[in-house]
Design a protein. Structure first.
Length: 335
């Protein structure tokens, strides 16, 4: 399609959102029965009380599709009309190829391009930044950007330091042109590959002659990632707020990556925001990586915490090491 919009004349924003977490719940008390841990340790160190777990035959594409079904339920089938690009940010694609995004495209019969994006936990914010660039340049009219994870399939259940942290889920949004004053006002993206060893997915087996896949596990040096997270949440959020021409006082709602309540609390204090302006869902879902921010947004919407014109501050960090932050003025969907 020939672009119909002039670069610089359009601002992209989120006009629809949906999210999904599997029904199966694994509580801290359930974990106490299968490893040497305690509800007290997990809650004190992380704020996590339970996590939602995909079934054995439920994979990332299924979760991504369920999140889009939720979006359609909330905003109507029309919200998918004209979607010309599907991006799935994930660390746990169904397969290295084809892209999980192509499975979503096919399921909904979209006439769209499709690709997966790998930028660890900030992947969904990276996807938003690409969607913004596509829409504002006129290359795309409407982008469906999803974060989806079946992380519990790669968690090492023999490693209590990481097994207790993660859960499964997905969330997706439609990004398209919105009128002033709405839309994505600033984007900050960063990476520091010198910290790659602190958080990665690695093979832990040999390829079997019968073709069974290698086992893969998530490895993390929690202490190092913790220090990095606290540092980068601070710098990235301040940069995103300044780039948007705002002050932290102007932020209506802070929606951080849900990895650890202590990390969220440190960021909140640095920004001098009151607790009622922070979304916390880590207690219910654990760390859903790319899905954590869209799931948190859905919760905030459902509990009436986001109003038209609110300034939202989104921030995430993860393997790479990578980080991303963005300020978004909520609203602007055609009614
Ligand atoms: O989105 C991905 C980004 N990842 C993160 O944000 C994770 C960042 N890091 C963290 O959230 C924290 O570092 C953890 C929650 C992973 C760990 O908390 P910590 O306060 O840094 O604990 P630690 O690793 O220093 O371990 C303290 C103790 C150790 O025992 P000793 O050596 O002091 O005797 C661990 O063996 O806690 C022990 N421990 C546990 N005990 C009970 C570690 N995991 C567990 C567990 N249950 N599940």
């Amino acid at each position: 399609m020939i672009p119909t919009t002039q670069p610089g004349k359009v601002r992209a924003g989120i006009t629809a959102l949906g999210a999904y977490a599997p029904n199966k719940i694994l509580s801290n008390h359930d974990l106490e029965k299968i490893m040497e841990t305690s509800d007290e340790w997990i809650v004190t160190r992380t704020g996590i009380k339970r996590r939602h777990i995909a079934d054995d035959d439920e994979f990332t594409s299924h979760l991504a599709i369920k999140s889009v079904e939720d979006l359609v339920k909330r905003h109507g089938r029309d919200s998918l009309e004209g979607v010309d690009m599907v991006i799935v940010a994930t660390n746990t694609p169904d397969a290295l190829f084809p892209a999980t995004a192509a499975l979503v495209q096919d399921h909904f019969g979209l006439k769209a391009g499709a690709f997966d994006l790998l930028a660890a936990c900030p992947g969904w914010l990276y996807a938003l930044s690409i969607a913004k660039a596509y829409v504002e340049s006129g290359l795309c009219q409407k982008v469906l950007a999803i974060g989806a994870e079946a992380l519990t399939k790669i968690v090492d259940w023999d490693d209590r330091a990481t097994a207790v942290l993660f859960g499964d889920g997905a969330g997706g949004a439609i990004i398209e042109a919105v009128p002033e004053p709405y839309g994505l006002k600033s984007v900050v993206l960063g990476a520091d590959g010198s910290g790659a060893q602190h958080l990665h997915r690695r093979s832990v087996g040999r390829c079997l002659p019968n073709g069974e896949p290698l086992a893969e596990h998530l490895y993390m040096n929690g202490r190092e990632v913790f220090k990095f997270a606290v540092r980068v949440m601070n710098t990235a959020t301040i940069e995103a707020v300044e780039k948007a021409g705002l002050h932290s006082d102007d932020i209506s709602l802070f929606v951080p990556h849900q990895a650890n309540l202590r990390i969220i609390e440190a960021a909140r204090q640095r920004l001098e925001l009151p607790p009622e302006r922070v979304v916390v869902t880590v207690d219910e879902y654990g760390n859903n990586s790319t899905a954590s921010i869209p799931l948190a947004l859905k919760h905030a919407l459902d509990s009436g915490r986001i109003a038209d014109g609110d300034q939202l501050l989104l921030v995430s960090f993860g393997a790479g090491l990578t980080w991303a932050a963005s300020v978004l003025t909520w609203g602007g969907a055609k009614t």
